[in-house]
Write a protein that binds this ligand. Structure first.
Ligand SMILES: *Cc1c(COP(=O)(O)O)cnc(C)c1O
Length: 355
């Protein structure tokens, strides 16, 4: 690879837009930091990346990703502690996952240096945009699109890798009401469920609109063969606390390998909690509920960190989870992750990349 992030060309904004950011009222995804990183892939190699002012792209209407969906993305966060020290949480893991997605979607690997070091330089330049305060962060969105100007169907040869960032306010996640979906399917063996491909999201919009109309917040997806085994909730990995065990579906082609999922499993196991990664059927959850053994259920993801489930609806059955004050496992692990992110606890796992 010819890419060197040692000397990324930086074109700085003439005037920062930081005064548009109201730290007391951050609306996620509305405002983007001053700069973005762009690298283009052509003739079988990545060209030198550039950091430029955030702005619109100019693309031919024939640009191939708009038609055939060779588009993938990642979600990462940077956090700032009370003293102004800023870190990025587990970017190397997002880099590895981006390349698993790229491989499955017929796209080129992104070099580690471009992804991690390019991101570090971009975030460092826009460090002022990382909010301070518990639960706040700078959301980092790396993505790759196929950019051939060609509407014939074939794998593309030109690609752009871009990183944009957006401040995220404290996430007051209210417990969510979940609809157990056994008609529409998110992921199928042999498919692209394990990738962060744009198309996975596109396909989930209609089923999500339908359940929102019925008053639910998110879907608990089940497997496509038997509609029996749970997969994920919405776009988060899912965990159930049954008795004194924590159970989450095992990884495979139909489950997205969440970085938060892995952090949660690692921290719980270190604390001595039994975590089982295995197929989990909706019947087993219903059984546990009827026996009074279903203690907690939650989703995990970079955006919301931990999202508690208040109620699960499966056909006519409304499974109510115990009250908030009893969520000992999920609240402990959320606190533990935040302590590491905001520098209150030592990072013993190599999860933190300093700016
Ligand atoms: C991004 C994503 C997750 C969560 O992954 P994190 O790395 O924890 O943010 C879970 N499921 C799906 C389908 C996703 O796209």
């Amino acid at each position: 690879m010819s890419v060197s992030t040692m000397d990324i060309h930086v074109q700085k904004v003439e005037k920062s837009r930081i005064n548009q950011l109201d730290p007391n009222n951050i609306q996620f995804g509305k405002l983007y930091a001053d700069h973005m990183l762009i690298a283009n892939y052509e003739d079988g190699e990545w060209k030198q990346p550039e950091i430029v002012p955030f702005g619109n792209l100019s693309l031919s209407p024939a640009t191939t990703f708009m038609h055939y969906g060779q588009a993938i993305f990642e979600g990462v966060k940077a956090y700032k502690d009370a003293d102004g020290n800023a870190v990025i949480f587990r970017p190397h893991d997002n880099w590895k996952r981006m390349n698993r997605s790229a491989h499955r979607m017929g796209m080129p690997d992104v070099p580690e240096e471009l992804f991690v070091e390019g991101m570090r330089q971009l975030v460092k330049l826009d460090k002022n945009w990382i909010p301070t305060g518990e639960g706040t962060s700078l959301y980092i969105r790396p993505f790759m699109i196929a950019t051939d100007e060609f509407i014939g169907v074939k794998p593309a040869e030109k690609f752009s890798f871009i990183i944009i960032t957006s401040p995220a306010g404290p996430y007051y996640a209210r417990p969510v009401n979940i609809f157990v979906q056994d008609q529409y399917v998110r992921a199928f063996p042999g498919g692209i469920g394990f990738t962060k491909a744009a198309g996975n999201y596109g396909a989930s919009m209609y089923p999500t609109m339908e359940i929102r109309k019925m008053g639910y917040d998110q879907i608990l997806w089940t497997d496509g063969l038997e509609h029996k085994y749970v997969q994920e909730i919405g776009t988060m990995n899912v965990f159930f606390v049954i008795g004194d065990k924590v159970i989450t579906p095992n990884l495979g082609e139909t489950i997205l390998e969440g970085v938060t999922r892995d952090s949660v499993i690692t921290l719980l196991r270190e604390k001595g909690v039994t975590v089982e990664e295995r197929p989990l059927s909706i019947d087993e959850i219903v059984d546990a509920y009827k026996k009074g053994e279903l203690k907690e259920a939650f989703g995990t993801g970079t955006a919301a960190s931990i999202s508690h489930i208040a109620e699960l609806t499966y056909h006519d059955l409304h499974i109510k989870l115990p009250e908030e004050k009893n969520w000992t496992i999920s609240d402990w692990v959320k606190q533990e992750m935040n302590d590491i992110r905001y520098g209150r606890k030592a990072d013993t796992h190599g999860w933190i990349v300093k700016l």
